[in-house]
Design a protein. Structure first.
Length: 189
């Protein structure tokens, strides 16, 4: 008999003894009854502000305020905000931290957390380190791809907000731009 079976690498396997009888090498006897307790949340609670009220995402300005922490970032950061059916924020997740002028994003990463959080909808957000919130052709392309993927998964993509810095170029540019409000992508409601 192979010595590995009797030395403990496979402690629950049966081996043949030198006399030809089967011998169990199980060191511990399992309990007569098995019982497990699993606590699963039925609903993921929405985030709360300091007053205890749910954090709401009613406008691009709300989203820009919620994601103001990435405004000064030197790298593109791609964030997904998971929403419940009342558009209260369930979670805010950093999905990708990119380079100076690009962020790698795939629908798999965007929707994984949304599905785990039982989100009804998502809003995607990313910053432009240059400060100019004007979306690139790649921003529009990835947004369309996410809207299509969300349609299949029944998780609505409500908007894509690009965060910049207020008047970064001195031309009166806004601090953010909503692809929905700009009419650049057709979103489901």
């Amino acid at each position: 008999m192979n010595n590995e079976l009797t030395t403990g690498l496979f402690p629950f396997m049966k081996a043949q003894s030198s006399a030809g009888k089967q011998v169990s090498h199980c060191r511990a006897k399992p309990p007569e009854k098995w019982s497990f307790r699993v606590d699963l949340p039925l609903v993921r609670e929405s985030l709360r502000n300091v007053n205890g009220a749910p954090v709401c995402a009613r406008s691009p300005a709300d989203i820009a305020a919620l994601c103001a922490d990435i405004r000064q970032s030197a790298q593109e950061a791609f964030i997904v905000i998971d929403l419940n059916t009342k558009h209260n924020v369930i979670d805010k997740r950093l999905v990708s931290l990119g380079l100076l002028d690009a962020s790698l994003v795939h629908p798999r990463e965007v929707f994984r957390g949304a599905i785990q959080n039982n989100a009804a909808a998502v809003i995607v957000v990313h910053n432009h380190p240059s400060g100019d919130p004007t979306p690139s052709a790649e921003d529009v392309r990835i947004t369309r791809q996410l809207v299509d993927a969300g349609r299949i998964l029944s998780v609505h993509v409500l908007d894509h907000v690009v965060i910049g810095r207020a008047d970064a170029a001195g031309l009166g540019t806004p601090a953010f731009l909503s692809l929905r409000e700009a009419g650049l992508v057709s979103f489901e409601t």
